[in-house]
Design a protein around this ligand. Sequence first.
Ligand code: C2E
Ligand code: CA
Ligand code: CA
Length: 784
Amino acid sequence: MVYVALFLAVQGGVLVAFTSSIPPGVRGQIEDQLNASARVFKRIMSEREAQLGVSAQLLARDYGFRDAIATADEPTIRSALRNQQQRIGADLAVVLDLDGTIVTTLTGNARNTNNGGAGGADTGAPELPSSFMAEAEEKGAASRILPVQDRLYQLVLVPVMAPEPIAWIVFGTELDQAAARDIKALSPIDLDLAFLRRGDDGALHLAAATSSHAALEAFLAQPAESATGSLLQGAHEVNQHLFWGLPLLEQDGRTQVAAVLYYSLDSAMQAYTRLVAILLLVTAGGLLVLIVGSVLVSRGVTRPLRDLARASQRVAAGDYREVVAPARDVEFNDLTGSFNRMVGAVKEREQHIRFQASHDIETGLPNRLDFERRLGEHLAAGKPTAVALVEIQNLAELRVVLTHADVNDLMGAIGDRLGCLASSAPARLSTESFALLLDGDEGTAPDADRRLEALATTIRNSFLAPFTVGDIVVDTSARLGLVRHPRDGEDIATLLRHACAALDSARLHPQGLAWYDRDSDDSRNRRLSLMSELREGLSNGEVTFAYQPKLDLATGTVKAVEALVRWKSATRGFVPPDEFIPLAERTGDVRLLTEWGLRTAVRQLAAWQERGCEVAIAVNLSTSDLMNQRLPQLVAGLLHEHRVPASRLKLEVTESAVMQDAARALAVLNELAAMGLSLSIDDYGTGYSSLGYIKRLPVSEIKIDKSFVTHLATSEEDNILVRSTIDLGHNLGLSVTAEGVEDEESLRRLRAYGCDCVQGYLISRPVPVADLEPFLGSAHHVEA
Ligand code: C2E
Ligand code: CA
Ligand code: CA
């Protein structure tokens, strides 16, 4: 549209400029031409007149002719007249006597009639005005354009003198169509010429013309021409013609005879009109070409653009198909190419982001988000669904020997193995647990449960084969918690929470797998409330220490007692430590317990110190205590506050507590040992670590677990184990304590094996501090 409008504006401008400037120019040009032609016309007329005049005078002076006139020798006159007429080609030749009577007259155009005008009849004498005669007599010749009978003539009148005038000679050329054409032929332009003559009715009439013309009629009909009787000289425009009037005879103030040159403006304009027509045609053609071209070009431009626009909408909607570039078009090929590259990059990035959002970065397995999404889909589809939560059990120990990358590799390998067994990919829910989406089966509930349990067992058994990470062969085991939709939960969150609870109770099951159990979940809630009660008990005196003496076999004295927590709850009665300590370890409350225990022990030590008693107290620490980097600071603060030497406080830790995060535990233990505290490995023999590893810990004592000691009297195997442990401990420079000594025989053997200290019911049960008095005296010897 814009191109068409511009084109039309330019072409319109050209046309307007063209058409508005042409007519005035053309008119001016024609006026000039007519003016020039008029001058030419006048010259032709005067040349004719001169020719006629000379011929007539020659004849008039001819002696023979004059003689013939004087003698009225008519034949001679006639012959001489004819000779002269023929020589000059005059249309009319007349000899008149002085009173105007025709002596002889010859008519006929010599040019047209070669018979010498012999056939020409007398046309009668022209009526010559007296002024004409007078002028001729005076000047020897005069000329006029006069009508003779019905015709117009250019006449020359010459007197024949002898020496007085005796006759007149008249020579004339008719101003007829032929004359007009002759003159026209001499004009530089193709004009028309007409002779006009005033008729008896007083109006100008056409005498002769080069051609008949309607325009001429219109010119003659003009009121100015007919009414005033005087021809307008110069240029006039009438009826699309330009007229140029030339009066030839004026009489009584009126034009009697005139010539009119005229030229059709239309024909002058014709060339220009044709040019305009061609211009219009070119404009129309150009417009057509322009429209077609514009449409084609704009289609060529807009179609690929529209394609791209549509493609970008598709991309926005997530459809990343390639756009095909229009052939031949380099620019659009480039644009489409970069568009496709952009779409490709967006697609790649989206895939990457989607993958990252839904996958565990370390192992590349689906993550919790992805698992929850898949579970949600299953639930929405109403598929019978079950979830198994798989926890890798001994990862804590493995972390000691494996690097972070190894652990990730291991988790990846575990994921692969789980993936082979379950129909769907396992998701990594946390650092140590995976989730599997299983078919719930629509069969009867017990059947489905049994089938899922069988699958869970298969999964667990798959861990019997070791994993290879790098060049290390790793043994792991797994626990599984199972839930089934909708029995164990309607929604994702509930199902996963209950799966966690099931996994929790799987810890207590020997098969290492458990279904979610609402009742045990209730007991879990009870256990949680137990913790808040424990926190209260720690502050209100329900929690106390019982102390169990450790008998030094070399001296037979009690140099230390172990502090064991006792909780007599007002609502629950006696709560055994095995019941609330593992729970407190999981909830984090054990730190409060430890802080309380350390404070109580140090206070007790201060009280004993007051009385000069130098017995040491051993306090048990938990796993999370070893992760507590502020623990050494806390201990130092307490010892300093109560002015108790660090050597009085002993700390017992289990191997597995150290293994959980050996690096951090070691840092805490080193700091404590540096302060002068002595550290013991508790429950030695139940863990996995070798004595070689123990050696690297800053401990001074190992306590052989009571499970090896209690049956020492009967079990030969235990004897070997205990004896070799004592030897190994000694070899490593450690002091060895045996716990759980219940009978004399065991004590005897321990003594024989060189055990340093014994602890057990045989010596004393753990007793309140008040009952400890018998063991505190430095001189006190325990006889066993
Ligand atoms: P443990 O450190 O191995 O404590 C020794 C356990 O053996 C005590 O059980 C004690 O009563 C029992 N015992 C002592 N002599 C004999 C014996 O001759 N035969 C038998 N069968 N058992 C004997 P208790 O008091 O029930 O404590 C259980 C565990 O609770 C302790 O094992 C210790 O790991 C933990 N514990 C107790 N008090 C604390 C505490 O204050 N803090 C922490 N973190 N843990 C504590
Ligand atoms: Ca202990
Ligand atoms: Ca122990």
